[in-house]
Design a protein. Structure first.
Length: 369
């Protein structure tokens, strides 16, 4: 008995099967017998059936995205564009933004999903875009789908002064209201001091906008520096989400050097307090201008040098609000008030200074004229 091995290669639907057949036959068997044996195998029950064939699925591919995932300093007015390898079905699923952003997804050029936000993205925000995969995800007109869900992360840039002013007014840190249809601001009150009106500049980061940032920082437990950095923007986003308004209102202090000198406090549309005051003597005058209160003390020691070169050291000065360098609103005992007597500060009777202190806060503007 002689053993021989026959090897056959079967090709079916791209699948190569190597079949090794070992059989025994007598040396007397003819070549025709061997051919017949092989023919019986090919036509028998061991033949690969159609159900055993493997068909590779055809997946949809994300070809490009704009912006690209991981991009930072993305402009706030950016649209998000996702282009796929095949035309998309009309009823395809859409990506999800987190945190949620108002806007619309549309199919453009048959193979691209475009997200247009209802308004600009929020400054310094970090957005995750989830692009759903699987049979219930993004799909083509031929029902091809993404093999798996994909995500992309975008970090947006700093905000504009106009946006900052818009949000500060929404939260009641400015005495104005923003009209989105006209893109302009209007005063909240019928009676507004002309000097305050002159300070307002839409889209300009001047002392008035800086002062509003300082008040916001103070009420949110942040360092009071008037700089609208990421911490400020994050706090604004939080306050907008929770509708946390400035409940203190808006105050404005006017110091008049016209005799008799006086201090007036304007609060939420009207003059609420008026008192006689003293400003600096000619050798140490109180500078004209508008300044924001940056430091406050119910009582402190004030030190400095008199114009004649002698030092002064005054303890227990009450109700102090610094607004320009070493110049402050504060209480001070004098025989009379209404004319220059200080070395630069604005002095008031103790009781008047206490009232002014209660009507003002960090960031309150003080105009000296």
């Amino acid at each position: 008995m002689i053993k021989r091995i026959f090897t056959y290669a079967l090709l079916s639907a791209g699948l190569v099967a190597v079949l090794v057949i070992t059989t025994s036959f007598n040396s007397g068997q003819s070549k025709a017998d061997m051919i017949h044996l092989a023919s019986n195998f090919n036509n028998g029950t061991s033949k690969i059936s159609e159900t055993d064939k493997v068909t590779k699925p055809q997946f949809l591919q994300l070809v490009t995205s704009t912006p690209i995932t991981g991009q930072t300093n993305v402009p706030l007015n950016t649209d998000i564009s996702l282009t796929f390898s095949k035309p998309l079905a009309a009823d395809t699923a859409i990506p999800v933004l987190n945190p949620p952003v108002s806007g619309d997804w549309t199919v453009v050029n048959s193979d691209t999903l475009l997200f247009t936000p209802a308004q600009q993205f929020f400054p310094f925000s970090v957005i995750t875009v989830t692009i759903p995969g699987g049979v219930d995800g993004i799909k083509s007109v031929n029902s091809e789908y993404l093999a798996q869900t994909q995500t992309m992360t975008l970090t947006f840039t700093d905000g504009t002064v106009l946006q900052l002013q818009q949000y500060l007014s929404t939260l009641n840190y400015l005495p104005l209201t923003y009209n989105s249809s006209t893109g302009t601001f209007s005063w909240n009150y019928a009676s507004v001091p002309s000097s305050l009106q002159a300070l307002w500049q839409q889209g300009v980061y001047n002392e008035m906008t800086k002062a509003a940032v300082m008040t916001f920082e103070y009420q949110n437990g942040l360092a009071v520096d008037g700089i609208a950095g990421q911490q400020v923007w994050d706090a604004i986003a939080s306050d907008l989400a929770s509708n946390k308004q400035n409940t203190f209102g808006y105050s404005y202090v006017m110091v008049s050097k016209v005799l008799p000198e006086n201090v007036q406090v304007w609060h939420n549309g009207q003059i609420v307090f008026n008192t006689l005051a003293n400003t600096g003597i000619p050798q140490a005058p109180t500078p004209n201008g508008t300044f924001a209160i940056y430091a406050r003390y119910t009582s402190t020691t004030m030190k400095g040098v008199n114009p004649n070169g002698t030092p002064y050291d005054d303890p227990n000065i009450p109700w102090v609000s610094y607004f320009n360098g070493g110049d402050a609103l504060h209480g001070f005992i004098r025989a009379s008030y209404g004319f220059p007597q200080s070395v630069g500060c604005v002095e008031m009777p103790f009781s008047s200074a206490q009232t002014v202190f209660g009507l003002t806060t960090y960031g309150t503007l003080v105009t000296v004229s």
